[in-house]
Every structure is written in C-alpha cells, then in structure tokens.
Design a protein around this ligand. Structure first.
Ligand code: GTP
Ligand code: MG
Length: 335
C-alpha cells in the first residue's frame, strides 16, 4: 500500500482549452520543441500518460481537455473519477484570455471538487504564455493574477509560477512541481552535498535524465552567483541540444567546458540522472573530476536501487550536510 502510494502519483493538468497544457507536457516529457506545439490539436476528454521519473517514481499525468463540454463533464458526471486520489493539480491560465472572470469561476469549481475528493493535494497555478506580455509588465501582471487566484482558492494553499514554452520559465515551474513529488529527496541531497564537498566543487547540479529538470543542487562558491535562473536555463539549453543531437541520430552523453574562471562537466550519473559539476579555475585536472564522477556513480546508483526497493518512502537520510554521504569510503579524490 505504502509502496504504491510512493510510486504512482496522479497529476491533474487542467485549464481552459488552448491555454497550453498539452504543449507543456509534450515539451517537458515527450521531446517536443516549442514550435512543434503549433501542430497539436485540442485534447479530447482526458489523455493519460505514465511518465517514469527517476526510476522509482511514476507520474500518472491526466491531461484534461479544456473545452467547456469536457469541463462540465469533469465537474458533474466524472467528478469522483477525475478528482479522487490526486497528488497534484496543475491549473493553467492563458495570460491572454479575454474571459479571466469566467476562467476563475471554472477554477473555483475545480478547487471545490479537489477539496472534496483529495484534500491533501498540492495546487500549482501557471500563469502561462507570458512571452506575449511586454517584459517590463510581466512581474506586475503576474502578482495581480496571483493575488486574485489566492483569493479564489477557498483558503487552500497554492503556488503560482509565470511560464512560457518559449523560455526557461517552463523548466523552473515544472522542476518546482516535480520536486515536491520526489520521495527520497532528503537522502539524495545529503549525498549530493557530500559529493560536492569531497570533490571540492563550486556547484553541483543533479538533473533528471529524460526531462533534464533540476532535481537538486548544491552551491559552495565563495561569492554569490549573479544568475539565479541559471539552473533552468541550463535545462532548457541542454534539452534543446539533446534534441538536435537526436535529429542527427546521435546521443548526447557528456560535455566539458573550460573557461577562464571555471570548468564545467556534464556527465551521466545514474540510469536516471545527469550531473553537472562546476570546478573553480585551475582546481583540478579534468581527469580528476571525471574520475570523481565515475566513483560517485556507483554510490548514487546504489542509492537509487535502494530507494526503488523501498518504494520511495520519505526521509531516511536526514537533512542536508549530515555525515555518511557520497563517496566517504569510495575514494573520491579531493583537491
Ligand atoms: P486543450 O487540449 O483544448 O485543452 O488545449 P491545451 O491547453 O492543451 O492547449 P495546447 O497545448 O494545445 O496549446 C494551444 C496553443 O497555444 C498551441 O498553438 C501552442 O503553440 C500555444 N502555446 C502554448 N504555450 C504557449 C506559450 O507559452 N506561449 C505562446 N505564445 N503560445 C503557446
Ligand atoms: Mg490539450
């Protein structure tokens, strides 16, 4: 029972027709690029997909077509079926909608149905297609919409993101959502901290292998980084690069960059993850960092296997920075 709960997570994707639900799903989980989404037709009723994420977690995505007739059906005849056992509701609002008041009425009805059937579900609202708004107006408009949504959520907690398929905001939002569903995260983070410290890295970032969403990151640089959105930017860039590689019948596996102030390495870590390691300038030979990744690989693979066997129970590793982490006995080479 606990095992099933830990592994399969029902995620409802709702919002008005044309708001961009299937577009986001196709880019994040099915290797579409943004322009491919113009070809998508309206979703008829509910499209189910099972997305394996990090091996032991399966997202059971319910992409609910948003045409009025379907919405009415979800809220009436199919109410229990749709809103039962939901872990996460993602509700998408098209920023260009001319019927925001009407959208809000439907939204509130969905929130009510969710409250009655899955009282512990997390709610995320995406204010989408923000690329269509002038850059300088985005923040203000987003804050206004968020405040209205909070007031229409029947007192339930919601998290809002502004998104667009045309930039990295898509990755920021989806990484934030998926992060809340990863079962063995504290343990994983402890080990990532340990690895960063032993390898003496400035920054270590863990990505999910197929979606390239950020799972976790550790920053040890002495000065704050001026680019807070660098993680989702990297997701976006690498994902597009991977897609270009596959068009040329080639597979992206690893990447190394040497710049004046740092070196960066992206490599496969486990069957479900990539790791990005940023080293300070002149810190180490490339071979040392690559060897450290190779040594950590065995450790993280074991961690992933163990958590699969346990079926994704929460906790088990304590908070970040605790002892007993990656590579303690595995011979990672420090600098
Ligand atoms: P239904 O299946 O009918 O509920 O619609 P949907 O919410 O799945 O919409 P869909 O993903 O099919 O997107 C509709 C249109 O919006 C497509 O032509 C997309 O290219 C476009 N679109 C999606 N996201 C964005 C975005 O962030 N910005 C812009 N400008 N267009 C977008
Ligand atoms: Mg759709």
């Amino acid at each position: 029972m606990e095992e099933r709960k830990g592994r399969k997570k029902k995620v409802l994707l709702m919002g008005k027709s044309g708001s961009g639900k299937s577009s986001m799903r196709s880019i994040v989980f099915s290797n579409y690029v943004a322009k491919d989404t113009r070809r998508l037709g309206a979703t008829i009723d509910v499209e189910h997909s099972h997305v394996r994420f990090l091996g032991n977690l399966t997202l059971n995505l319910w992409d609910c077509g948003g045409q009025d007739a379907f919405m009415e059906n979800y809220l009436a005849t199919q109410r229990d079926h749709i809103f039962r056992n939901v872990e996460v509701l993602i509700y998408v609002f098209d920023i260009e909608s001319r019927e925001f008041d009407r959208d809000l009425i439907t939204y509130s009805s969905c929130i009510e149905a969710l409250r009655d059937n899955s009282s512990n579900a997390r709610i995320f609202c995406l204010i989408h297609k923000m690329d269509l708004v002038q850059t300088e107006l985005r923040e203000r408009l987003f804050n206004e919409r968020r405040d209205v949504l909070v007031s229409r959520s029947l007192g339930l907690a919601i998290t809002c993101f502004q998104t667009s398929i045309w930039d990295e905001t898509l990755y920021k939002a989806w990484a934030g959502i998926v992060y809340t569903l990863i079962p063995n995260l504290p343990q994983l983070e402890t080990h990532l901290h340990r690895f960063a410290s032993i390898a003496d890295a400035e920054e270590v970032i863990l990505f999910e292998r197929t979606t390239f969403l950020v799972i976790s990151h550790v920053t040890r640089a002495p000065t704050p980084n001026p680019y807070p959105d660098r993680f989702e930017k990297i997701s976006n860039i690498v994902k597009q690069f991977k897609q270009s590689c596959s068009k040329m019948a080639s597979n992206f596996t690893a990447f190394e960059l040497r710049a004046a102030g740092f070196s960066a390495f992206i490599d496969v870590l486990t069957p479900n993850t990539y790791i990005l390691v940023v080293m300070p300038a002149g810190a180490a030979e490339s071979a040392t960092t690559l060897m450290n990744i190779a040594v950590a690989r065995k450790h993280f693979e074991k961690l992933e296997r163990d958590s699969s066997v346990r079926g994704g129970e929460r906790g088990g590793g304590g908070g970040a920075g605790e002892k007993g982490g990656a590579g303690e006995k595995d011979g990672i080479i420090g600098n």
